[in-house]
Design a protein around this ligand. Sequence first.
Ligand SMILES: Cc1ncc(COP(=O)(O)O)c(C=O)c1O
Length: 288
Amino acid sequence: MIPLVDLKLQYQLHKDEIDAAMQESAAAAAYILGPNVKALEADLAAYCQCSHGVGVANCTDALHLSLRALGIGPGDEVITTPFTFVATTEAIGILGATPVFIDIVPETFNLDPARLEAAVTPRTRVILPVHLYGQPCDMEPVLDIAQRHGLRVVEDCAQAIGATYRGRTVGSMGDLGCLSFFPSKNLGCFGDGGMVVSNDSDAAAHVEMLRRHGGKVKYHHSEIGLNSRLDDLQAAILRENPATLRSGTTPDGAMPPATRSSCRERPASCFPRRLRTCARSTTSTPCA
Ligand SMILES: Cc1ncc(COP(=O)(O)O)c(C=O)c1O
């Protein structure tokens, strides 16, 4: 079997920094929405070319709360792709809205903008493109159609953090972008985690409220929300993750080569070697 990612190796390579960060967070005892969450929100928002970052419990909640922040509910239609993880559609269904699927471009696996306009109805409120396998969806026509029809755009960036489309980072092109920190994602923590990034101050503030039981101030709840907060411990780990920004980004926002750690490159380097032998062998052995 060829592993897609080696989480044990990733931890071993950066064990000292990660352990120290976890101990520091534990000692500070600001476990919920602590200083590491705040720092990560600022770093990741900047990295995604956004002015706001709101840490949440996972990307499923990021999608759900983004749609809630835009007022999506029963009777509304959200156009998206059927070729995605179930969470994309789940976030629409949980609000009682209707997912409207359009087919994908076979070369990119992302939704086909040529089919988009025909799917718009008077009930359409949002377009939800998914940037699958690290490959951005063709956003120019998506944004153009959204603008012409007065629709909002929520980007599912769970698989594509840091990917760029014509100089723009995914998550910054629509109204809100949703990130996943599931352990095997490009930027993973040691459990579940997610974030909403946005350049829309109102929408970001609304998500911030919704993630905390619908209240801005503790024990004052203006609407029904969710308990969907990012732990300080997870944020501390994410800040030490070699794939993240702690190690620094270049002025143009790109990751410096040194941070593209061997924890991802080593398993990836197995592919050409292992695939060469596939034709000759039916046995499967793990990559060293
Ligand atoms: C495209 C896509 N969207 C959403 C999600 C949900 O992410 P999370 O597990 O953080 O809720 C995933 C997770 O695999 C995904 O691949």
